[in-house]
Design a protein around this ligand. Structure first.
Ligand SMILES: *Cc1c(COP(=O)(O)O)cnc(C)c1O
Length: 961
């Protein structure tokens, strides 16, 4: 055994274990099993042509080499990304801590109280700083926040506006170009007309339903929008405001001057720029909009025994429930980054934040004074951190300025007209840096900078009327943990409440919770990748560019689709981007009338939601009793909608975990209708190296790099959802204006940053380079082996809902729990909760089939772990039989009362009809490794009726009164 070979670290099963598992399954070799699983007509004729695998050591050297090709200049570019100090206590204990980064979206509240609290803190930061009562627990970025806001305003139009057919949205010229462009791309297919203009000149007449402005503006100006908002409201127009979170510490928050929705980015709350992402977007709104607010909301509720507990609230609003009626397609968001930003606020507290914001502002003001002294004019007298400097009308002045700045290793924002430069001061700016800036601007006009060090830290340089007077973050949690010891223990205390991959396998079907290897995530802390602005000049970031280009090439090889865009920040964002690409392709080919998308009934909820976001109508195709697309219905629907069909969206292997045998015919038929095939790549873990979307006949697919390609799930994000497509589609793929364009650019823009979550993509790059062709193929084969092993072991008890023609499953399996309810009153969610008593996270609950559990073991789990999980499932099966046969009470039993929290197990008043030991230690292994649960089963109704989405005065005592 070559212990340098990374594949033996990533793949949990070795040859000996595999042989035993194959015997259990009843096949001689893994080849035989794969033959029985994948239809032969879809198998790739030869192995993927990828570079040889690297050892972990070699990869570390390779990545250091790439990092050395990046030059980290001091960035004053701004435009939505600012340098920030990630507090080391958060870096070490959250960003670099697998308990935080490997956990799943907190659907199972009882084993997620830690991250639920962290996200609740984030929501509280957002509601307090914006002065609006309701916030979700993150969006993908600021620009998509703008698009979500546009739709929220549209969906919340008054009755009168709806009746009048109001479809116009005003977007101010001082909204960041990336935000504007994402709004334009998203609104076009919905028939929403975006009107760009200056807010000062807007006359409020016409069929406008909403207006979006920015505070401070993209050119740095802080404006008094009070009268604007008043007039808008008089005209029945709702107002969305893009706001810089740090500025709201110092400036009167939009909620106080009437904003209906506020959105933006929380990046500068301790999250590195990462060459554009990931970081958390935010959105806050009036309480009345709670049903249309996109994304997830954490609420405070109670557990079965009355203890306070957090949970996801108002889940029925979520896209996967609403499907084609959804008003957003967001699923994976930015949980890890939102948690980090929440912790940043906890660590600094209101006073610390004020210090930071005042210092930033004060330094900007100092610089403004100096620049004026040098003879420069500023566009705005009222600013927070960004100065818009009007440059002398001298031929070549900007080029000269830029040359001097780059000699000083400084990046500014240079406008394309050559007439202004922008400087955005941030948390990391030091008095010496101001000296350098003064020197740059002085040299450009041939003067001496006369810099002295007397830089004020608390001087307010703007009109007093803009200064915030309302207190914020007075709640206990933001005023307690300001030393590193206290902070470290607070983070640890939350962390102990959560199940992550550091505890046990997380067998969530469709989510691919595989190993996120240390070698893959270590580069996320490398300053040469962290501290890069997405608009930094290309010659400074050759390392990042090379890395991303390499990654694109690898993904093209793996998918068999040659053109790749890394812009989408999640799987659902990829679906939307892919469909938007298809739409533009059809429009360019005179087929703009094609407006229908075919979807199998089993499709993931984001599929229909993304199709709707693209302005498409969904046509649902039935599934047959084997879980495949019903061929007859498929033929009927394709015939019926032949001329209107834009695309079919299909997941392969299907969400039922089955490789359909007629997939190639299906794709052919769609093409015959003049439509295109969109493949949802969430199940790529069953394909890599064995088959691929290009080979099967798809035109475009997205990849969930945060599933198959090892980016950690982060408790609900970050994600990365690149799309891979044919060359025919490539001209319509996402593009970007790189922020320099103050006029809208042509094309589809789907994210704030040109390369989306570039920062996190290094993980997938590492994953592919470490495994190489053979390792990737073995990973896929092992994922299929593990799933089939579990299917064989579980089929005689629970039963498997769908198997393929030869009785095999793909890389996941669906356990049948539907009959239990009638026979003994136990349902799939009781099983999910009981698993927690054994230290396991539940499999996917009731998706894609109601009343089932979907298990995806992944290749990273060992046979020992699979066996332990199977023992647990057997033990639970036996407990179900006790209920069924009346040997235990029908209500007071270990299943119905699960999970059993520590505080109940040790309480003096144990009242259950079974012993504590059966509740807490049902199997011997638990004596060695018990995960103690913090709360009892969380009430699923309570949170919706009394939604408490953030700390508020009624809930927690405030320090500032
Ligand atoms: C996870 C998943 C998605 C959505 O991906 P996100 O990154 O969460 O947006 C779409 N389709 C399927 C089948 C999935 O499993």
């Amino acid at each position: 055994m070559n212990t340098n070979d990374f594949s033996i670290r990533h793949i949990g099963v070795d040859q000996l274990d595999a042989d035993e598992m194959l015997r259990t399954i009843g096949v001689k070799t893994l080849d035989e099993l794969i033959e029985q699983t994948l239809p032969s007509n879809i198998r790739l004729p030869k192995p993927l042509d990828l570079p040889e695998p690297m050892t972990e050591r070699e990869f570390a050297e390779h990545i250091a080499d790439l990092a050395s090709k990046n030059e980290v200049f001091t960035s004053y570019i701004g435009q939505g990304w600012y340098d920030t100090v990630l507090p080391p206590v958060i870096q070490r204990n959250v960003l670099e801590n697998p308990v935080w980064y490997t956990s799943y979206t907190p659907y199972q509240a009882e084993v997620s109280q830690g991250r639920l609290e962290a996200l609740f803190n984030f929501q509280s930061v957002i509601t307090d700083l914006t002065a609006l009562p309701l916030s979700n627990c993150s969006l993908l970025d600021e620009a998509t926040g703008g698009a979500e806001t546009a739709f929220l305003l549209f969906n919340e139009r008054s009755k009168a506006k709806t009746k009048a057919g109001a479809r116009k949205l005003f977007v101010d010229k001082e909204v960041f170009p990336s935000t504007r462009d994402v709004i334009l791309t998203r609104c076009a297919p919905q028939g929403i007309e975006v009107v760009l203009g200056k807010w000062q000149e807007f006359d409020f007449s016409g069929e406008f339903f909403g207006a979006i402005i920015q505070y401070p503006g993209a050119l740095g100006g802080v404006h008094d929008y009070t009268a604007f908002v008043e007039k808008a409201h008089e005209a029945d127009i709702k107002v969305g405001v893009a706001a810089d979170l740090m500025s709201l510490v110092l400036l009167t928050p939009p909620g106080e001057w009437g904003a209906d929705v506020v959105f933006g980015s929380a990046q500068r709350f301790g999250v590195p720029m990462y060459y554009g992402g990931p970081s958390a977007g935010y959105i806050a709104c009036r309480m009345e909009y709670k049903r249309t607010l996109p994304g997830r909301i954490i609420g405070l509720s109670k557990d079965r025994l009355g203890k306070e507990a957090y949970r996801l609230a108002l889940q029925s609003r979520e896209q996967h429930i609403k499907r084609e009626r959804a008003t957003s397609n967001i699923c994976t968001a930015q949980a890890l980054l939102a948690s980090m930003s929440g912790f940043y606020a906890v660590y600094h507290g209101p006073e610390g934040l004020k210090n930071i914001a005042r210092r930033i502002h004060s330094y900007a003001g100092f610089l403004a004074g100096k620049l004026k002294g040098l003879g420069y004019k500023l566009l705005h007298e009222d600013f927070f951190d960004t100065l818009c400097i009007i440059l002398p009308e001298e031929e070549g002045f900007m080029a000269k300025l830029r040359e001097i700045a780059e000699e000083c290793r400084v990046n500014l924002f240079y406008s394309p007209c050559g007439c202004v430069a922008l400087v955005s001061i941030d948390e990391t700016t030091l008095p010496e840096d101001l000296g350098v800036l003064c020197h740059i601007f002085a040299s450009a006009v041939g003067k001496d900078s006369n810099f002295n060090d007397e830089v004020g830290e608390h001087t307010i340089h703007i009109d007093r009327k803009y200064v915030r007077t309302s207190p914020f973050l007075g709640y206990e949690v933001f005023n307690k943990y300001h030393t590193e010891t206290e902070m470290m223990r607070y983070i640890k205390r939350l962390e102990r409440k959560d199940i992550s991959l550091t505890h046990s396998m997380i067998s969530l079907g469709s989510c691919t919770m595989k190993l996120n290897a240390a070698s893959e995530v270590i580069p996320l802390s490398n300053p040469a990748f962290c501290n890069i602005h997405p608009y930094a000049p290309a010659d400074q970031v050759q390392g990042s560019i090379e890395l991303l280009e390499n990654l694109k090439e690898l993904l093209a090889t793996i998918t068999g689709l040659p053109a790749v865009s890394l812009q989408p920040n999640s799987g659902a964002a990829g679906e939307y981007a892919g469909l938007r690409t298809i739409r533009s392709y059809h429009e360019a080919h005179g087929n703009g009338h094609r407006n229908k998308v075919l979807l199998p009934a089993s499709a993931h909820g984001t599929n229909p939601a993304s199709a709707s976001q693209c302005g498409y109508q969904c046509v649902i195709v039935a599934c047959d009793e084997h879980g495949n697309v019903d061929w007859e219905d498929f033929m009927k629907k394709t015939e019926e909608h032949r001329d209107d069909l834009a695309a079919m969206m299909i997941t392969y292997p299907s969400t039922h975990g089955i490789f359909e045998t007629n997939i190639i015919d299906l794709c052919k038929r769609i093409h015959d209708c003049g439509a295109l095939v969109y493949m949802d790549g969430a199940n790529m873990n069953a394909q890599v190296g064995l088959t691929n979307p290009g080979f099967i006949g798809a035109d475009v697919c997205h990849l969930n790099l945060h599933k198959t390609f090892a980016i950690p799930h982060g408790g609900g994000g970050p994600g990365s959802g690149p799309i891979c497509m044919t060359l025919a589609l490539a001209p319509y793929a996402p593009t970007h204006g790189y922020g320099v364009d103050f006029e809208p650019i042509e094309g589809n823009i789907v994210a704030a940053s040109p390369q989306g979550s570039a920062g996190i993509d290094v993980v997938s790059y590492a994953y592919i380079r470490l495994l190489g062709t053979k390792g990737l193929e073995r990973a896929t084969r092992t994922a299929i082996l593990n799933a089939n092993y579990m299917a064989v072991r579980l089929k005689d008890t629970y039963g498997i809902v769908y198997t393929g023609a030869t009785g095999r499953v793909g890389h996941e399996l669906i356990l049948d729990c539907r009959r239990l309810k009638e026979t003994c009153g136990v349902d799939e969610s009781d099983i999910a909760k009981r698993l927690m008593d054994f230290g396991y996270h539940a499999p996917t609950l009731s998706f894609p089939v109601h009343g089932t559990l979907m298990i995806e073991p992944t290749e990273s789990e060992s046979k020992a772990e699979l066996d332990r999980f199977l023992d647990v499932m057997q033990c639970i099966w036996d407990e179900i039989q006790e209920v069924k046969e009346g040997r235990v009470d029908a209500e007071d039993n270990v299943l119905k009362n699960a999970p059993h929290p520590e505080y109940e197990v040790v309480s003096d008043t144990w009242t259950h009809s079974y012993p504590r030991e059966k509740a807490a230690y049902p199997l011997p292994f638990l004596r060695e490794n018990k995960f103690w649960i913090n709360v009892a089963r969380v009430d699923n109704g309570f949170g919706d009726r009394n939604l408490v989405p953030a700390f508020c005065a009624c809930l927690a005592p405030t320090i500032e009164g």
